[in-house]
Design a protein. Structure first.
Length: 550
């Protein structure tokens, strides 16, 4: 097909001062838009051509191409590096402002080939996430590299798991079939029953990334026979570069003294175009090797498979020892170690365990680095460096709290945010979505759960239940918007408490009406932070408050 783009702007390449065109194309999942993107990527990734002089700028299908190029032009603070094939904007889910990232044809192709090597080889991919974000764009790149045409699920009118099942059933059967989803989509598939789940069992791999996925969701999906592969990565790495905790071939990881993740390898982007200082801080060269300094904290620990292998060896050794010592009782397991144990169960269990706790990076000699060859070690992301909550002078990691709250069987999704508070400085607040058909846990339940797994300082002092979490970009939870919803809901709680302490019933009614109006406006409108129109506060509760709202 042909596509007549808006006349593009120009930017200057540092190599020889060559002009390069910025070519805007709509993304999303509409068939005609995807076809145009594929045509452009095929030309850009062709190995027998010179570095592309037309740089693709995928954008939301709701945006105007000319306006997008004009905005990019205004934000450019650096020359577009030679070899740049695509310019993407990061989601900015924490700061609210994304960077313009220059991705080269080589880095995009390297990511696609590394994925093929880690998975079952070249295959057909199904696009079910927006192509103007890196996860969707990389599906198209993988298709170009593999020489295949991707299957397509148009989600322009919304995501329907039944339509996904139909699209998967129609995929090719002469090669591996692959799918990439965000956690919210996976949850909806699991909630839709066997008709939606069954066809997905034929897939060689279902990549799930863009945001953290609840452990019980992963456990359930794998238990139903789905080949789930969790991914970690970002726009700056051309998408996922760590699969199930292990770096892709060619990717190297290391942790700094403050446990910040740094990444090197052929998948790393050329840099930021909008902020020279941020570019210099994030992309650094050491001894000829470029490293990306991320904003994520992590730890390195033994992979679950390695732990299970150690358990088998220990069991075999124990059985051999027992056979040599007549009259020695073998006993039985009190817990099936093939199933992951929850942190609060591990801490409260008084029964002896045969398997060890996963060893953290500070317990593993020299395990501050990780490559694809380290088959027994995995990366576990803890959260962002800048998202620590300072509550009463104690630093709380939202990721650590989320990991435990995720384990509650009635919690479908959770994000832990800081809400400003006069007494504590910042209030540890759990924002949750309940599993369909179940009632969300109370604040008291979550406090007990987190206190057992961590300590009382980490226990949430507030709980806000929403109908859905606000999202940004391809499916990332918008923490800023979630904190905004939580603060509004908790202010309403305080207003109700204050009103009930007054003898003037009319004042109480006014307070309730005012805060209710704020809540409805906040929950039902597009506020520029990526919040979907359907986000509604179900209830809010603060520790020590006598006026939970619903």
């Amino acid at each position: 097909m042909t596509f007549d783009p808006v006349p593009p702007a120009s930017a200057r390449l540092p190599s020889g001062g060559t002009d390069v065109r910025l070519r805007p194309l709509p993304g999303g999942t509409r068939p005609d838009h995807v076809a145009a993107l594929l045509d452009t990527l095929r030309a850009s990734l062709a190995t027998d051509q010179e570095p592309p002089r037309s740089v693709l700028v995928p954008h939301s299908p709701d945006a105007d191409g000319a306006a997008v190029v004009a905005a990019v032009g205004r934000r450019l603070r650096q020359d577009v590096p030679a070899g740049t094939a695509v310019v993407l904007q990061t989601s900015g889910s924490t700061t609210g402002t994304g960077h313009l990232v220059a991705l080269t044809a080589r880095s995009l192709a390297a990511s696609a080939r590394a994925t093929e090597e880690r998975l079952a080889g070249p295959g057909q991919w199904l696009l079910a996430v927006p192509a103007h974000h890196v996860a969707g764009l990389q599906i198209l790149v993988r298709s170009v590299v593999a020489g295949t045409t991707p299957a397509l699920l148009d989600t322009s009118a919304g995501f329907d798991p039944r339509d996904l099942a139909t699209a998967v059933a129609a995929m090719r059967t002469d090669m591996p079939a692959y799918l990439s989803l965000v956690p919210t989509q996976l949850v909806r598939v699991l909630e839709s029953g066997e008709d939606a789940i069954g066809p997905l069992r034929r897939l060689a791999a279902i990549l799930v990334g863009g945001a953290a996925t609840a452990p019980h969701t992963l456990e359930r999906a794998r238990g139903l026979g789905l080949q789930i592969v969790t991914t970690y990565g970002m726009t700056e790495t051309g998408g996922g570069c760590v699969y199930d905790g292990r770096p892709l071939p060619g990717v190297r990881l290391r942790l700094t003294d403050d446990d910040r993740v740094e990444i090197s390898g052929p998948v790393v982007a050329a840099g930021y175009l909008d902020d020279a200082a941020a570019d210099a801080d994030a992309f650094r060269s050491e001894n000829g090797v470029r490293w990306l300094r991320t904003s994520d904290r992590a730890e390195i620990l033994t992979c679950p498979a390695a732990e299970r292998a150690d358990d088998v060896a220990a069991d075999e050794l124990g059985a051999e020892s027992g056979s040599r010592n007549a009259g020695e009782s073998h006993g039985t397991r009190e817990h099936d170690d093939s199933e992951p144990r929850r942190s609060h169960e591990l801490r409260r269990s008084r029964e002896p365990r045969r398997s060890r706790e996963p060893r953290r990076s500070h317990e593993l000699r020299g395990a501050r680095k990780l490559t694809a060859d380290d088959a027994t070690l995995c990366l576990r992301v803890l959260g962002r460096v800048d998202d620590l909550i300072n509550t009463g002078g104690i630093k709380v990691s939202p990721g650590a709290v989320e990991h435990i709250v995720d384990e509650h069987p009635a919690v479908s999704e959770v994000v832990v945010v800081a809400v400003p508070d006069g007494e504590w400085g910042e209030l540890v607040t759990a924002v949750v979505v309940a599993v369909a058909g179940r009632e969300a846990p109370s604040l008291a339940e979550l406090r007990t759960l987190v206190s057992a797994g961590l300590d009382g300082a980490h226990a949430p002092r507030a709980l806000v239940e929403l109908t859905s979490l606000p999202l940004r970009g391809p499916g990332k939870v918008d923490r800023r918007a979630a904190a905004h919803h939580a603060a509004r809901a908790l202010r309403r709680t305080e207003a109700l408490t204050d009103a009930e302490s007054q003898t003037d019933a009319e004042s109480q009614t006014d307070a309730e009406s005012q805060t209710d109006a704020e809540s409805q406006t906040d929950g039902g409108s597009q506020d520029g932070n990526g919040s979907p129109p359907g986000v509604v506060v179900v209830r809010a509760e603060r520790y020590g408050s006598t006026a939970p709202i619903s």
